[in-house]
Ligand binder design. Structure first.
Ligand SMILES: Cc1ncc(C[n+]2csc(CCOP(=O)(O)OP(=O)(O)O)c2C)c(N)n1
Ligand SMILES: [Mg+2]
Length: 337
C-alpha cells in the first residue's frame, strides 16, 4: 500500500489565538490515545465474553469527546452520551473504573449494577447519561438554570447525535435554555449515522448548526476530527455562556467508523465513505501535527506515551477482572422509587 505523503494527508488547522502550552498539547494526545486504546482493549474483553451488555465505539470521534471536555473548568458539569468515553477520562475517571463498569464488577462506579458509561460522579462534575436520546438536554438545562440563579461562573455541557436531534426533548431543552439565556453548551456530534439511518434521511438541511438560529441561540460548525478546533470552539462557547449570552450549539462534523455497537457490522455504510473518513483519523492527524510543529522532538516520544498507555490498560484490566461480581444482597441499595 502506498502511504499518503505528509502533504497529501488530512492536516488539522490550528485555530488563531489558541492558547495551549506543551503539556496541554501532549495531554490532548494522551487522552485521545487512551480513549482509543481503552476501547480496543474493551473490544478484546467483549470477544472473551467478559463485557456484560453492549460495547459502543467512538472510533474516529475521540477528538470530539476529548476537545470538548478539556475546555471545561472546575465546577462545570458534563453529561456524556454513549460515545463520550473520552470525556469521562478527561474528567478523571480511571480505565480501571471503566473496565470494571463494562464487566459489571463490584469495584466499578455503580458497583456492578449498571453497565458501560451509565454512571454519574457528582464530585467529578459528571451527570449520568440517559438512554432515551435527547433526555439529557432538559436535565442539563436545569443544571444551567441553577448555575444562573446562583450566579455561578460555570457551564453545563452535553451531547446529542444527528439522530437524537429529531427528538422532542432536544426541542424542549434547547428552547428552554435559549429563552432563559442559560449557560449550556450543546455539542451536536454529527457522525452522519443514527443506527442505520443516514443524516440525509433525518434532516433536510446540510448543516445541522443552522437550526440554532431557530432557537435564537449561537450555532457554529466545527471540524470534529480536529481536537484543537473542538477545544477552541468549546472554550469560546464557554466564554459566551459566562457573558450571559445564552446557550451555544456546536455541530462537530465527524463520522461513526464502526457500527452502532459491536454487534452491528454496519454493512449499510458505503465502503468509500468509511475509507474517506479513515484518512481523516483525528489521532493520526494530531500525531503529524505534534511532529511537524515540533511539539515533540521525534515520533518516538509519542510512541513512549502509547507504550505507557498500554501498560496502564494492562494493569487496569488485571485489577478490574480480579474483582468479584456484586453480591446479590446489594441489589436494592440506592434504588429509589
Ligand atoms: C428517544 C429514543 N429513540 C430511540 C432510541 C434507540 N436508539 C438508541 S441510540 C439510537 C441512534 C442514535 O443516533 P445518534 O443520535 O445519531 O447518535 P450516535 O449513535 O450516532 O452517536 C437509537 C435510535 C433511544 N435510545 N431513544
Ligand atoms: Mg449519529
Amino acid at each position: 500500500m502506498v502511504k499518503p505523503s505528509t502533504s497529501d494527508a488530512y492536516a488539522i488547522a490550528v485555530p488563531d489565538g489558541l492558547e495551549l502550552d506543551r503539556t496541554g498539547r501532549l495531554e490532548l494526545y494522551y487522552f485521545m490515545a487512551l480513549n482509543r486504546k481503552l476501547e480496543e482493549r474493551l473490544g478484546m474483553l467483549y470477544r472473551q465474553n467478559k463485557v456484560v451488555g453492549g460495547l459502543y465505539s467512538s472510533l474516529g470521534q475521540e477528538a470530539c469527546s476529548v476537545g470538548t471536555a478539556y475546555a471545561l473548568e472546575r465546577g462545570d458539569f458534563l453529561a456524556p452520551m454513549i460515545r463520550n468515553l473520552g470525556s469521562l477520562l478527561v474528567r478523571g475517571v480511571r480505565p480501571t473504573d471503566v473496565m470494571a463498569q463494562y464487566c459489571a464488577r463490584a469495584i466499578g462506579p455503580t458497583r456492578g449494577k449498571d453497565l458501560n458509561v451509565h454512571f454519574g460522579w457528582v464530585e467529578r462534575g459528571l451527570i449520568a447519561p440517559i438512554s432515551v436520546v435527547g433526555a439529557l438536554i432538559p436535565v442539563m438545562a436545569g443544571i444551567a438554570l441553577e448555575m444562573k440563579m446562583h450566579d455561578k461562573k460555570n457551564v453545563a455541557l452535553t451531547y446529542i447525535g444527528d439522530g437524537g436531534m429529531s427528538t422532542t426533548d432536544f426541542h424542549e431543552g434547547l428552547n428552554f435554555a435559549a429563552v432563559h439565556k442559560l449557560p449550556m453548551i450543546l455539542i451536536v456530534e454529527n457522525n452522519q449515522w443514527a443506527y442505520s439511518t443516514h443524516v440525509s434521511k433525518q434532516a433536510n438541511v446540510r448543516d445541522l448548526a443552522v437550526r440554532a438560529e431557530g432557537y435564537g441561540c449561537y450555532g457554529e460548525i466545527v471540524d470534529g476530527n480536529n481536537v484543537l478546533a473542538v477545544l477552541d470552539a468549546t472554550r469560546r462557547a464557554r466564554t459566551r455562556c459566562l457573558r450571559g449570552e445564552g446557550p451555544a450549539m456546536l455541530e462537530a462534523k465527524t463520522f461513526r467508523r464502526k457500527g452502532h455497537a459491536e454487534h452491528d457490522d454496519a454493512g449499510y455504510v458505503p465502503r468509500e465513505q468509511r475509507a474517506e473518513w479513515e484518512k481523516k483519523d483525528p489521532i493520526d492527524a494530531y500525531r503529524r501535527f505534534l511532529v511537524e510543529r515540533r511539539v515533540v522532538e521525534s515520533a518516538s516520544e509519542i510512541d513512549e506515551i502509547d507504550a505507557k498507555i498500554v501498560a496502564i490498560l494492562e494493569a487496569a484490566a488485571d485489577e478490574a477482572l480480579s474483582a468479584p461480581f456484586p453480591d446479590p444482597s446489594i441489589a436494592r441499595e440506592n434504588v429509589y422509587g
